[in-house]
Design a protein around this ligand. Structure first.
Ligand code: NDP
Length: 463
């Protein structure tokens, strides 16, 4: 019999926390979990899930246009933002209910409250003003969008949090940040008919992705009518007399919009969590420092997900949670595998990727064979849309292993999931070559690029 109230107390009811709490409870552990906002966390409540619903909504404008080439006449079109928000909120509430039900069915105790550490084994349930104790504590409090206090007028800006609940669809929006969120929301707002400008401080959007796909996406986004300004940052934001906002940029430009959105990264939620009282160490960004088993410097306290700032992706948080359960409750010490994680940016067109970009591979391998195809997919043959698809395989010339696979185009995210298996398994280009094509698909290009487009030797392209 444990001398604590709970075997496990989980702080944070997002993807990582809920998974760990539910599975530990189903193994017979006495589990409690506290969430101060809504169960489901960023991914379900104000991240991946509502974002994807917005992406679907925003794609209809092009679908209607493309229909004509296939013989359809689409009548008068109009878009109602409030309907989208209401329907999205209903779906999110349903998913939140499923998260709670899963915990409940597994026998976990749910606290709808903020929870903070009092010491290494004691947690304060803030809403009930009482403390409970636990043998093991798992911190899975996630992160929040970075604000920009140094920017004059930044209080007028929204982040992705607010973008999901705007009272009205803006007529014009300016978004700062060329990462996942900035790029995805630029496409969402544009697709919904909003005049959209993206301001990015670097040379090319999506700095961590393969250069050819970044450039190709930039071209396609601009072709749709999204204005992209690279090499610029905001210098100040001002509210105008008419209620609209002016964003002044470092290039002496003034961009006027109804909303200005910051999408400049996310920070771990560790403020006021009592980490000092428990003696838990944090890093420079406030992230909880953990070892390879997600254990903090305090023996009985673990942390998973965005609060540890390892890889800020939902499936990674879930994987870390499962490894935590294996390590602590199944007697199988397992460290999360953060290598070769497939990912997608739900831009329009979509970008799906797994493994190394050409630039990173060139640093890791002496010689590379690059296979690349740029083509107009069949679905645009009759629509008249000129949008191009790009597929690229990065192959280590010495072993012939495919070390990176990148797709820009319709359903690239779906393809990245399947490519992820092949690249993770360490398959060679010859394995790809002897795989039969599925015809007619766009993805067949991935198994029919027989000749290298060019080679890279010692970091330099040689044709
Ligand atoms: P990202 O890290 O993807 O991008 C942040 C962007 O903001 C970069 O372009 C960065 O520039 C820029 N930036 C950072 N600081 C400043 C600053 N002070 N001034 C101006 N620009 C700045 O973060 P996001 O906010 O887009 O997303 C957060 C995380 O959430 C992502 O990293 C991702 O892991 C996750 N996410 C995943 C999604 C998915 O899987 N589809 C969707 C949305 C989010 P630079 O490149 O020069 O550093």
């Amino acid at each position: 019999m444990t001398r604590y109230d709970y075997d496990l107390f989980v702080i944070g009811g997002g993807s990582g926390g809920v998974r760990a709490g539910r599975v530990a409870a189903s193994l017979g552990k006495k589990v409690a979990i506290a969430e101060e906002y809504r169960f489901g966390g960023t991914c379900v409540i104000r991240g991946c899930v509502p974002k994807k619903l917005f992406v679907y909504a925003s794609q209809f404008s092009e679908h209607f246009e493309d229909a004509a080439g296939y013989g359809w006449t689409v009548g008068e079109r109009s878009f109602d933002w409030k309907t989208l928000i209401e329907n999205k909120d209903r779906e999110i509430a349903r998913l939140e209910g499923l998260y709670r039900k899963g915990l409940d069915n597994a026998g976990a105790t749910i606290f709808d409250s903020r929870a903070v550490l009092e010491d290494a084994h004691t947690v304060r349930i803030v809403a009930e003003d009482r403390t409970v104790t636990a043998e093991t504590i798992l911190i899975a409090t996630g992160g929040h969008p970075s604000l920009h206090p140094a920017l004059p007028g930044s209080e007028h800006c929204i982040t992705s949090n607010e973008a999901f609940h705007l009272e009205e669809l803006p007529k014009a929006i300016v978004i700062a940040g060329g990462g996942y969120i900035g790029v995805e929301f630029a496409n969402i707002f544009h697709g919904l008919g909003v005049e959209t400008t993206l301001v990015y401080r670097g040379k090319e959007i999506l700095s961590r992705f393969d250069k050819d796909l970044r450039t190709a996406l930039h071209v396609e986004m601009e072709a749709k009518g999204i204005k992209i300004l690279c090499g610029e940052i905001f210098s100040k934001i001002e509210r105008r007399a008419d209620g609209r906002l002016d964003a002044y940029t470092s290039a002496d430009r003034v961009l006027t919009a109804d909303q200005i959105m910051l999408a400049i990264g996310r920070k771990p939620n560790t403020d006021g969590l009592g980490l000092d009282k428990a003696g838990v160490k944090t890093g420079l960004k406030g992230e909880i420092v953990v070892d390879r088993y997600s254990r903090t410097n305090v023996e009985n306290i673990y942390a998973v997900g965005d609060v540890t700032d390892r890889v800020q992706l939902t499936p990674v948080a879930i994987h870390e949670a499962m490894c935590f359960v294996d390590t602590v409750y199944r007697g199988k010490p397992t460290s999360p595998d953060h290598e070769t994680v497939a990912t997608a940016v739900f831009s329009q067109p979509e970008l799906g990727t797994v493994g190394l970009s050409e630039e990173d591979a060139a640093k890791a391998y002496a010689e590379l064979d690059i296979y690349m195809a740029t083509f107009r997919p069949m679905r645009h043959a009759l629509s008249g849309r000129m949008e191009k698809m790009v597929m690229k395989l990065v192959v280590d010339a010495a072993t012939r292993k495919v070390v990176g696979a990148h797709v820009l185009g319709v359903d690239a995210g779906e393809m990245a999931q399947l490519l992820g298996i092949a690249v993770k398994a360490g398959l060679t280009k010859e394995d790809f070559d002897r795989t039969a094509a599925v015809h007619p698909t766009a993805a067949e290009e991935l198994v029919t690029m027989y000749q290298p487009s060019y080679r890279v030797k010692d970091g330099k392209r040689v044709d």
